[in-house]
Design a protein around this ligand. Structure first.
Ligand SMILES: C[S@@+](CC[C@H](N)C(=O)[O-])C[C@H]1O[C@@H](n2cnc3c(N)ncnc32)[C@H](O)[C@@H]1O
Length: 206
């Protein structure tokens, strides 16, 4: 079996709780898109892309889709992963995640820790679903979002801990009130909690 097939098989075994991480780390050296897995961030998320459809429950997907359904016009989905809830321009650090995402008009590989290569007021709305807990420079990102969005920014986070595997990539784990105070540096914010999810709806302050 070639290294790529071995690696993908191993990911399945890992998913089922088998102790294959050391073996997989070695195989990953020989797979372009997985080199440095799991410590390398891009390789980590590239590997997650293969399992992504099993990682978030259908009813959670449906709830988020319903909450975003009022957004009209062009949307930029930051950290879109393999699933965007509304048709969007998708932006993600992982090319493999973008490959699997079939709700995108345009795919952009990029890093939200850096200034975003979009012009002022380029998008009617911006979404970031299950992303901000993985971002170190969230203050810079939020001011970039304010610059490029014309209307509403919606951010969704899990109210409960993310699973242990993904937690290895987490950069922060704030409560809802802390997130509101951070977001209020750039936006007027309303927040609601539903089914263990936080929905932050942010509009630009005049
Ligand atoms: C937990 S997944 C969420 C995916 C998708 N939004 C969803 O709801 O299914 C986090 C996504 O953020 C992306 N990501 C993590 N760090 C990033 C960064 N610095 N820049 C861009 N994307 C990043 C990952 O590649 C992954 O696709």
């Amino acid at each position: 079996m070639d290294p790529e097939a071995q690696f993908i098989n191993g990911l399945l075994e890992l998913q089922y709780g088998l102790d294959v991480q050391d073996k997989l780390t070695t195989i990953a050296h020989n797979v372009d898109w997985a080199r440095g897995w799991p410590s390398n961030t891009i390789s980590f998320w590239n590997a997650e892309a293969f399992m992504w459809s099993h990682k978030i429950e259908k009813k959670t997907r449906q709830l988020i889709t319903n909450e975003l359904s009022s957004l009209q016009g062009t949307n930029l989905d930051l950290g879109c992963g393999a699933y965007s809830y509304i048709p969007s321009t998708g932006f993600d650090i992982s090319p493999k995640m973008l490959d699997f995402n079939d709700n995108l008009k345009e795919k952009v590989v990029g890093d939200v820790e850096k200034p975003l290569a979009f012009v002022d007021n380029e998008f009617d709305s911006v979404t970031a679903i299950f992303l901000l807990n993985y971002v170190t420079h969230y203050a810079q990102l939020l001011s970039e979002i304010k610059r490029i969005v014309k209307g509403t920014f919606i951010m969704v986070l899990s109210a409960t801990k993310v699973n242990e595997w993904q937690r290895q990539k987490e950069k922060n784990h704030y409560d809802k009130e802390k997130w509101v105070s951070i977001l209020e540096n750039n936006f007027s914010v309303t927040v609601k909690e539903k089914d263990d999810l936080w929905f932050f709806t942010c509009t630009k302050q005049s």
